[in-house]
Design a protein around this ligand. Structure first.
Ligand code: UDP
Ligand code: MG
Length: 331
């Protein structure tokens, strides 16, 4: 049992489940058996040293390795601060964070990854910024340790996102962030289906700041994002926050119609004036047009899909079990 010294007297540290915690740390976890132990050792050490009442909400996003067992073990050891939410499947990192957001009890919320690419030891820096009066502290990875493609692609997406959505956050992919409770509550209220939490939070923040954070190499396990997931998430971000893609599409459609009009008249002219026949260019033109139509249908589908889910109010995730101090609820 950890003890806290206050006013010269040794007093038992209030448990998160007894007193409303001041800080909630939210961590999504998916197949991170190689990292769980070190993560908790470093995180709990840092948080204990802050000497504030805190809780750590871990969301197991349908792990199929040893992670669930390890989380249970840790819960047994530190049920004073840990709360474990277990999904019945893999719903994605952002949905997992949302499930955590729905249950936070603290006034300040910190999010971070479980793979130790974010350093738990840097949490106090974020908390200090909140104390200074900022309502959202976004970490940005000053020196990124991902492969060349990820780093470059992420830079481009960050620039595009800023231009298209007008949301200015330096590095939306960095999850080492701190939020005042009011922002987290607003994010939860949106009932988004495919959510980009960093961008949403930025939208609701009145006084945000970006600070540089360390980005360590992933020491164990692999990234849970493959190329497909990365493209999906980028598309979500673009369509979720602006009608920009639709506008681009409309503009493209107009330009192509104009060009095809000109092309049509050139062909007419060639036919009647120089009596020339040729098909290659026309085929290329048809293919181009077809591709644009397909793109357009896909894009419309994106927006329709969002509207559909919003109307249906499908649950965004299903929880199998919650481990927390007062009671262990089965759902
Ligand atoms: N994660 C998750 N569900 C997923 C994918 C990832 O909960 O479907 C968690 C993962 O365990 C980690 C965080 O989200 O804590 C970031 O994932 P990862 O490190 O694979 O992403 P990257 O650093 O490559 O962007
Ligand atoms: Mg990572």
């Amino acid at each position: 049992m950890n003890n806290m010294v206050s006013g010269g007297k040794k007093t038992a540290r209030p448990r998160a489940s007894e007193v409303s915690p001041e800080i909630s740390v939210v961590i999504p976890v998916f197949n991170e058996q190689e990292n769980v132990d070190l993560l908790f050792r470093r995180l709990l050490k840092t948080m204990d040293a802050i000497k504030k009442v805190y809780e750590v909400i871990v969301i197991d996003d349908g792990s199929s390795d040893n992670t669930p067992r390890m989380l249970r073990d840790w819960f047994r050891k530190r049920s004073d601060v840990l709360r474990i939410i277990t999904f019945n499947g893999n719903y994605g990192q952002y949905v997992a964070i949302l499930a955590g957001f729905e249950r936070v009890r603290g006034n300040i919320i910190v999010t971070m990854d479980a793979d130790l690419q974010n350093l738990p030891e840097e949490i106090p820096n974020l908390l200090n910024k909140i104390k200074e009066g900022y309502d959202l502290v976004g970490g940005y990875r000053a020196m990124r340790h991902d492969n060349w493609f990820r780093t470059k692609a992420s830079k481009i997406v960050n620039i595009l996102r800023a231009k298209m959505t007008g949301i200015e956050t330096k590095d939306h992919g960095c999850m080492l962030r701190a939020y005042k409770r009011i922002i987290v509550d607003e994010v939860v209220k949106t009932r988004e289906t495919s959510t980009f939490i960093t961008a949403l939070a930025q939208k609701f923040a009145g006084n945000p700041i970006d600070i540089p954070v360390t980005h360590a190499e992933r020491k164990a396990g692999g990234s849970k994002y493959n190329f497909y997931k990365l493209v999906r998430i980028t598309f979500d971000l673009m369509t979720g926050f602006s009608l920009g893609p639709l506008h681009v599409f409309t503009m493209l459609g107009m330009i192509i119609s104009a060009l095809s009009g000109i092309y049509f008249f050139v062909e007419l002219f060639k036919r009647f004036v120089s009596n020339h026949h040729g098909y290659g260019l026309r085929f290329a033109f048809v293919f181009l047009l077809l591709s644009v139509i397909i793109l357009g249908i896909g894009l419309l589908g994106e927006y329709l899909g969002r509207a559909y889910f919003a109307v249906c109010e499908h649950p965004r995730f299903v929880i199998r079990e919650i481990l927390e101090k007062r009671s262990t609820k089965k759902q």
